[in-house]
Design a protein around this ligand. Sequence first.
Ligand code: COA
Length: 377
Amino acid sequence: MADETVIHRGLDGVVVDSTRISKVMPEINSLVYFGYPVQELAEHCCFEEVAWLLWHGELPNAQQLAAFQADGRSRRHLSKELLAVIQKTPRTAHPMDLLRTAVSFLGMEDPAPDKEDAAANLDRAISMMAKIPIMLGSFYRVRKGLEIIPPRSDLSFAQNFFHICLGQAPPSEVVRAFEVSLILYAEHGFNASTFTARVVVSTLSDIYSGVTAGIGSLKGPLHGGANEEVMRMLLEIGEPARARDWMLTALREKRKIMGFGHRVYKKGDSRCPTMHKYARQMADLTGQKQWLEICDILAETMLKEKGIYPNLDFYSGPAYYLMGIDIDMFTPIFVMARITGWTAHIMEQLAANRLIRPLSHYTGPAERRVVPLVHRG
Ligand code: COA
């Protein structure tokens, strides 16, 4: 490779393929799924409508949605073998690790996981969307030493998740805010986990391997794991009066502040205004206003000092906390949503596949001869 090779570390600015699924437009602070602005989808649609859109490229009509919902709801169950795996999982395990294992197990239960036609993969995607919340809710109960609650097919996707975790549905405003977060999290172009999933299936590996790898990628705090870290940071700060000084100290110490910055958006994350609005509703509902007050001070200070804006995780973290959700469930909830985007991308990749295999610039030693072991000093 010539010395003048330009290296794009982190693939920054590199366009690797085309996609019809979503477009991030940082210059006008906009994100569209198949042309629809995400904030409009969040205000007018349920999560299942958005899942259908991502898989079919169009919003469903009422009949299509009803059939799709009935189909998804009929798949809300796990095999007794998978439930046994969940029951035997160490209670101290992070629920992301549980999901990574449980999705992989689901792949082993598929009698023909390598059957790569589009219809089979869509069917698997619908099943994963239905079953991932059940995996998560079951583990939530098991690790607290509580009985697993059977899912209900008369509840919406979001309602059922609260039901299997808590045994009851929270107020409708909470369910709606949760559903909005799922819609905002559903898809986001060639982000790290989606790209990971595409790389995996570009070898013609199976959809479960792609999703399992995506879960592993999402877990990192520079990606999905940030929503958990944001809440831990807010708890550490504790009260609005400490927020500004905390931020100034952290910046002086050159720390990475979770929930700020983005590879693509440099003038703000298009999903933030919607999530901020719903997080505020949760604060009003619970009367716990301090977390968003801290957020607002941190955002203002960061913008003034470094010109860096918050991202979606900055507001979803406190919103989930205010809904009463355990902090280590935040990134797994991101999986519940992003399974739709990942699988849409996996199917798009496979429809016009080319192996993803970039180059690297070698900086190791020049070529040399092997000295046999007996002669090595
Ligand atoms: N806190 C402090 N400084 C930050 C920052 C943050 N969260 N995000 C970016 N910066 C600064 C970097 O230090 C760097 O400054 P420098 O040029 O003086 O060295 C500059 O902004 C560019 O950041 P860089 O890390 O090169 O951007 P990136 O595109 O490689 O990384 C993220 C993007 C998202 C990984 C990064 O912003 C980050 O780590 N954010 C925190 C984790 C997070 O919230 N992740 C969720 C993303 S949706």
